[in-house]
Design a protein around this ligand. Structure first.
Ligand code: SAM
Length: 281
């Protein structure tokens, strides 16, 4: 751990279920920090007890973020090293963290990320939906107008979409999504990641809705981007753009060539000759 006149803010990722999902570096930082700022100190105490770590803690959550920030910045200025943790996963991702990071930058205080679990990344990589480009929306807004705006954004985005949702709101959210998603859009609900009842439910929006009454636990929704370009739109693209269009959706070179040939109604060997030396990204 660093020693300088100013302290360091460590952003420490913690497990999202399975307590073994903590890195050696995270353990060392938690052991050596002067103070741990935790979203819920009782929750983090369980993790610290599991790791046999005893350390002063202070709460840092959505409701005290502003004034607690000032206190923490003063401690950092006095040279204390602070580890910031949330209840689960990576601080700052749908969790407190953003505010203090900005203040540290203003005050020239060093910020060090300690990487680890994050629900959205693990849901995405297990989903089978393209990981090439994605948009993370966190929780959909509850306010009707803002929610409607987000849903209409989701309707047209041609990148994978990631949402967090609470179990008691999932049915309502899936119903709202049904209004904006075509039947052929793939959706994956990743539930209880790293826990005993870990499950990935794959299907379209109707298939997920048919199971919505019995969904429990923590969950992430992964939604395929909107790739419903019309055939004539595709054929107006250059061959390179046409290739990129399918590449973004996660298809491999062989499938892309087949698809382009089909869209353009030409023999696939013709397309193959153009892309023969193209390496897959
Ligand atoms: N900072 C956290 C992270 O890095 O993923 C997210 C915190 S956010 C307040 C909590 C939401 O994350 C839950 O409502 C759920 O959508 C998702 N989540 C957290 N743990 C999860 C898990 N084990 N399985 C599925 N989703 C999870």
């Amino acid at each position: 751990m660093e020693k300088s006149c100013k302290g360091v803010l460590y952003l420490v990722a913690t497990p999202i279920g399975n307590l073994d999902d903590i890195t050696l570096r995270a353990i060392n930082v938690l052991k050596e920090a002067d103070l741990i700022a935790a979203e819920d100190t009782r929750h983090t105490l369980k993790l610290l007890n599991h790791l046999n770590i005893s350390k002063p803690m202070i709460s840092y959550h959505r409701h005290n973020e502003e004034f607690r920030c000032e206190f923490l910045i003063n401690k950092l200025k006095e040279g204390e090293n602070i580890a910031l943790v949330s209840d689960a996963g990576t601080p700052g991702i749908s969790d407190p963290g953003e505010e203090i990071v900005r203040k540290c930058i203003d005050e020239n205080i060093k910020i060090v990320p300690i990487p680890g679990a994050c629900a959205m990344i693990n849901a995405l990589i297990s989903s089978g939906i393209s990981t090439k480009e994605f948009c993370f929306f966190g929780f959909l807004p509850l306010n009707k107008k803002n929610r409607k705006e987000k849903l209409s954004e989701i309707k047209d985005i041609n990148k994978t979409i990631i949402l967090y949702e609470a179990p008691h709101k999932i049915k309502n959210t899936l119903e709202d999504l049904k209004d904006v998603l075509d039947d052929n859009r793939r959706v994956v609900l990743a539930r209880e990641i790293t826990k005993i009842h870990e499950e990935f439910i794959r299907g379209n929006i109707d298939e997920l809705l048919s199971k919505a009454d019995n969904l429990k636990g923590e969950m992430v929704l992964i939604i395929e981007g909107n790739f419903t370009k019309k055939e004539n739109e595709l054929n107006n693209l250059s061959l390179e753009e046409h290739y990129k269009y399918y590449e973004k959706q996660g298809f491999d070179k062989k499938d892309i060539i087949k698809k382009i040939a089909k869209d353009r109604n030409v023999n696939k060997n013709e397309i193959y000759k153009v892309f023969v030396n193209k390496k897959e990204k």
